[in-house]
Design a protein around this ligand. Structure first.
Ligand code: C2E
Ligand code: CA
Ligand code: CA
Length: 387
């Protein structure tokens, strides 16, 4: 056995009968590595993935065998299957992915990751309260890539810290400019679960806020439900440090993970973002409507603000308004746009270079003030002219 770099090891098996024997050993290896170990009182477990390439079927040279074992290992990682034998038909998609991962290092170093911004509006006033920053990669060959095409590569590249830092830098710089011009809007940034394992996260964010003259309350960090549920001692410490800093914390994609509802009460959260899958067809779907109503009631009882995402039509926005939802985000209001387009939205809404009378942040409804079930009838939302 030898270490071939970073967290990658190669095992050479000689004298085995066939590929099945290699699979048996790989399976035993992954089981052994998966056993939790105690480090300074904290239980840690690692998920290892093994790729298998056999001589002579899968290659005749060391380089070829190693490369193909790597391809199989990536597939094992992607499918969480533990181990995988090399398959030629999986080679090209894996190679494309690996190439993307290699390009990502350059993109991060050269600043090819850009952001677009999507407004969130207050359903009561129609005003823009905040923008969510959404990453885009301007790839030199493939063109502008949406996160679906590259977020997986970011997670596997080992550079999620650099990626999130780049996103935070850009988002806070844009947010700082808007605020300097008089628009008191907030900015939301998505975090990876693993960002919460970085001990310096809160300190770095504090420095960026300071450098961009942004109050902490103007930054919302969106963390997926899954990340919050995967609580570890470090995650809890990170969330507490961020909370102490004064930034807002939102649970993203609410309803899609394994979130027991009590998680909402366990952490110092500020916001719940109801996943698009419940928001879509809200007006015509009784089950979704019941889920959204219950989520709003619970969140309000806990003093949390509720954002509905994926609002695509006027029926949905009206239904949300009746249910007492606080904020809405979606293509019906505005699709994500460049910083310039977002600035134009603010300018059209008269929010730039105006006196500071129209502050809508921070926004935190007192517990129990308004529950979804007892929501007063709200006015119909006036299409998009409210922003
Ligand atoms: P998300 O955080 O749930 O972001 C909302 C996604 O829904 C965005 O997709 C947005 O463009 C899309 N969307 C907005 N309005 C509508 C609508 O009315 N209908 C529909 N069908 N979709 C709508 P996008 O930009 O492709 O981002 C996809 C996901 O990638 C995000 O989902 C987020 O999980 C992740 N992501 C994006 N940027 C970052 C980032 O900087 N860091 C991290 N960690 N993840 C990011
Ligand atoms: Ca989000
Ligand atoms: Ca979401």
């Amino acid at each position: 056995m030898t270490r071939i770099g970073g967290d990658e090891f190669a095992v050479l098996l000689t004298g085995i009968r066939d590929a099945e024997a290699a699979e048996t050993i790989a399976s035993a290896l992954t089981r052994m590595l998966a056993r939790p170990v105690s480090v300074e009182g904290m239980m840690l477990s690692v998920e290892a993935s093994v790729g298998i390439a056999c001589l002579p079927e899968d290659g005749e040279t060391v380089d070829e065998l190693l490369r193909r074992a790597d391809v199989a290992m990536y597939q094992a990682k992607k499918t969480h299957s533990g181990y995988r034998r090399y398959r030629a038909d999986e080679d090209s998609s894996t190679l494309a992915h690996m190439a993307l991962m290699a390009d990502l290092h350059g993109a991060l170093d050269q600043g090819d990751i850009s952001l677009c911004y999507q407004p969130q509006i207050d359903l009561e006033t129609g005003r823009i309260v905040a923008f969510e920053a959404l990453a885009r990669w301007n790839h030199p060959v493939l063109g502008l890539l949406a996160p679906d095409a590259f977020i997986g590569a970011v997670e596997q590249s080992g550079r999620i810290g650099d990626f999130t830092r780049a996103v935070l830098r850009e988002a806070l710089s844009t947010g700082g400019r808007w605020r300097a011009d008089g628009a008191r809007v907030g900015i939301s940034v998505n975090l990876f679960a693993r960002n919460l394992l970085e001990p310096d996260l809160a300190t770095e964010i504090a420095q960026l806020l300071l450098a961009n003259r942004m109050p902490a309350s103007a930054l919302t960090l969106e963390i997926t439900e899954r990340a919050v549920v995967m609580e570890s001692a470090t995650t809890v410490r990170s969330l507490a440090a961020l909370h102490d800093l004064g930034v807002r914390l939102a649970v993203d994609d609410f309803g899609t993970g394994y979130c027991a509802l009590n998680v909402l009460g366990q952490f110092d959260l500020h916001e719940v973002k109801i996943d698009q899958s419940f928001v879509r067809n809200l007006a015509g779907d009784r089950a979704n409507s019941a889920i959204v109503r219950a989520t709003i009631a619970l969140a309000h009882d806990l003093g949390l603000r509720v954002v509905a995402e994926g609002v695509e039509d006027s029926e949905t926005i009206n239904a949300l308004s009746v249910l007492g939802c606080d904020l809405a985000q979606g293509t019906f209001i505005s699709p994500p746009g460049s910083a310039e387009q977002a600035t134009a939205l603010l300018r059209d809404a008269g929010r730039l270079a105006t006196p500071r009378s129209a502050d809508v942040l921070p926004f935190r409804r007192p517990a129990g003030e308004r529950s979804g079930t007892a929501a007063p009838a709200r006015r119909a939302y006036p299409a998009t002219d409210g922003i």
